[in-house]
Design a protein around this ligand. Structure first.
Ligand code: 0WD
Length: 254
């Protein structure tokens, strides 16, 4: 479905990352991939994963708070691929102390950091990718229900996800004339490295599995499969959308 397509994936930290499950699905669909990693701390992980599953992938250091690394990343992708067809944004961060207790206590620093890394980066990366998406493209980011409703402990990250989802719509409008589509996947809770930062995550998993329409939790590979759909021509009429891949949790009332 994606044979001959070139994509870049931001946010692989380890084998549990949603970005990694997404990469496997995109690779299986035939795409050639570039990966970024946030600093040397994650380099070995990404190298180990890609060497085994998809040798020859392009690996680039990119911390989104460092504009020179973002510039260098897209320069290298341009040199190597000549163009870009899709971008996966699977990045989020908030200081741990802000993910628990009352939202009311969120510090200015935590707020700015969370919004910069988790939401502004979508704008920043979309702008950098645009010149390489010469035949149109697809940009996909990862959100969560805490953007729409109060989820205890999710706090400033919920506010960042609201900004991410709104950015998805505004970017879809800006990039639509270039046939670049921008969509968000609102994933149900999945046990990953980031998830461990959310207080009482195991309670969240249990609650979700009991209440979701499908009475189970979503798997990362299901998020990956939706990303393949959003990067493929099968979704050519969909942009600015937030697609829930949450086993139907968000449709439930009482
Ligand atoms: O339940 C979950 N796990 C859900 C996650 C449910 C719904 C949505 N999501 C979202 C997350 O909010 C995030 O946007 O999916 C995305 C991926 O999250 P993940 O797969 O759960 O988490 P993880 O494997 O930790 O990957 C996120 C990565 C970072 O990992 P760590 O844990 O080391 O912070 O985001 C990257 C980093 O690799 N990241 C950055 N990348 C570049 N520059 C930066 C940065 N400054 N900060 C974090």
């Amino acid at each position: 479905m994606l044979n001959g397509k070139f994509g870049i994936i931001f946010g692989v930290a380890n084998k549990r990352s949603i970005a990694w499950a997404t990469a496997l699905a995109l690779h299986e669909a035939g795409a050639r991939l570039a990966f970024t990693y946030q600093g040397d701390r994650l380099k070995e992980n990404v190298e180990g994963l890609t060497n085994e599953a998809m040798p020859g992938s392009l690996l680039l250091p990119c911390d989104v708070t460092k504009q020179d690394e973002v510039d260098a990343t897209f320069r290298r992708v341009g040199e190597e691929f000549g163009r870009l067809d899709f971008l996966i944004h699977s990045i989020a961060y908030a200081p741990r102390e802000a993910l628990g207790g009352e939202y009311l206590d969120t510090s200015r620093d935590a707020f700015v950091t969370a919004l910069e890394i988790s939401a502004y980066s979508l704008v920043q990366l979309s702008r950098a990718a645009m010149p390489l998406m010469i035949e149109g493209g697809s940009i996909v980011c990862m959100s969560y229900y805490g953007a729409e409703k109060v989820v205890a402990g999710y706090n400033v990250m919920g506010v960042a996800k609201s900004a991410l989802e709104a950015s998805t719509r505004y970017l879809a409008n800006d990039l639509g004339p270039r046939n670049i589509r921008v969509n968000a996947i609102s994933a149900g809770p999945i046990q990953t490295l980031s998830a461990r930062g959310v207080s009482d995550f195991s309670t969240m998993l249990k609650h979700h599995a009991e209440r979701a329409a499908l009475r189970r939790n979503v798997e990362a590979r299901e998020v990956g499969a939706t990303a393949v759909f959003l990067c493929s021509p099968m979704s050519s009429g969909i942009t600015g959308e937030v697609i829930h891949v949450d086993c139907g949790y968000s449709i439930m009332g009482m």
